[in-house]
Design a protein. Structure first.
Length: 366
């Protein structure tokens, strides 16, 4: 019988994938219990397991816990990693895993590779960290300094427009290259919140626990990274580690997990889930009341304020980029969607000569 995701143990995956034997795991368990050292570390110290295989197993365990793959798929992937020397991402592709989560990460990675924003090594590292931590690939690459945050932001927008057939692949890659060129002299004011802006305002499903907690402001980026590092080294799930570090309560964790499940089931949009969790925290109200308030206050994009529109497009408070008022009018009249507005304003900012907005729109056949 398939174990519930929360019960999947890394030792089980290692044995099922034949990376360690049951007797080896049995020998390691008493040592782990006596010393307090995680069983995976004991297996590594005993030369039964390599560090790399252990980290891959942790990544797969995290994906199973978030119900993105089954335990059987995790076992099969781990076998391919061990026997064929594949990366985790290559193993998932070889198994034919087809889901929005994996496809979105791979499409974003491919765009950044094609634009020469990152190399294959950086992509594999970013994907591995993303799978383990639950943070979006764009955020991981920006946090690690592998790409500028504005480049990752524009790549996310271009990816969404490419998916919706409003941009060609060549155009998407060119947008990333233009942003890279414009970012060579350093980031612009307000760049530090761009990834959160992109992920909050747009359709990102499913959403992992770490990303949901960050977007809602339940935990800070620094606190989350600390909990992730400790969780990996001690083999403790992210939620449990946040509670252990007094960064989250049991009730708050359960509320976040409920909303995560609602997003997965399509009951609520990711951006609404983060807003509901924010309401719960800031207003100290129940989850059901926050959900009710969110339904009552929900408006369509025509009711978006100009200031919020600029923020969603990646501009800091007080900014007034060229063409912004016209783009805002086009959004309200539904001539353009939010991603299209964001891209044309970002491209206009990247341009050395400020082009007429209608000319930019024509270049994209919009």
């Amino acid at each position: 019988m398939q174990k519930r995701a929360s019960q999947v143990l890394v030792g089980d995956l290692l044995v099922q994938a034949e990376l360690v034997t049951l007797p080896q795991l049995a020998d390691a368990m008493p040592v782990a219990l006596k010393t307090g050292v995680p069983v995976g570390r004991v297996l590594i110290a005993s030369s039964f397991l390599t560090e790399e295989h252990f980290r891959q197993a942790l990544s797969l365990q995290s994906l199973v816990r978030d119900q993105l793959i089954t335990e059987d798929v995790a076992t099969a992937a781990l076998k391919l990693i061990a026997k064929d020397g594949l990366s985790l991402n290559a193993a998932m592709q070889k198994l034919g895993i087809d889901s929005e989560y994996f496809n979105a990460a791979n499409r974003l990675g491919e765009l950044l590779l094609s634009a020469a924003a990152i190399d294959q090594s950086a992509l594999e590292t970013g994907l591995s960290v993303s799978y383990t931590t639950g943070l979006q690939l764009a955020r991981v690459l920006a946090l690690r300094g592998l790409v500028k945050e504005r480049v990752a932001f524009v790549a996310l927008i271009a990816q969404a427009l490419l998916r919706d057939h409003k941009l060609s692949r060549v155009q998407a890659i060119d947008c990333i290259k233009q942003t890279m060129s414009a970012s060579q002299n350093g980031g612009k004011p307000g760049d530090s919140g761009l990834i959160s802006s992109a992920l909050t305002a747009r359709r990102v499903r499913p959403i992992r626990l770490g990303e949901l907690l960050l977007l809602s402001g339940m935990v800070s980026q620094k606190a989350l990274l600390s909990a992730l590092d400790k969780g990996v080294s001690e083999e403790v799930p992210l939620g449990r580690m946040l509670i252990r570090l007094n960064l989250l309560t049991d009730v708050e964790l359960n509320q976040a997990l409920i909303l995560q499940e609602m997003v997965t089931n399509g009951t609520i949009a990711p951006q609404d889930a983060s807003q509901v969790l924010t309401k719960v925290k800031e207003a100290d109200i129940s989850l059901s009341k926050a959900l009710l308030q969110n339904d009552q206050q929900k408006n369509d994009s025509s009711d978006l304020s100009f200031e919020d529109f600029l923020s969603a497009c990646g501009f800091p408070s007080g900014a007034n980029p060229s063409g912004a008022k016209l783009a805002y009018d086009y959004l309200k009249s539904k001539r353009l969607n939010e991603e299209q507005c964001t891209l044309i304003l970002q491209m206009a900012e990247n341009s050395k000569k400020k082009e007429d907005l209608e000319k930019v729109l024509k270049s994209y056949n919009w």
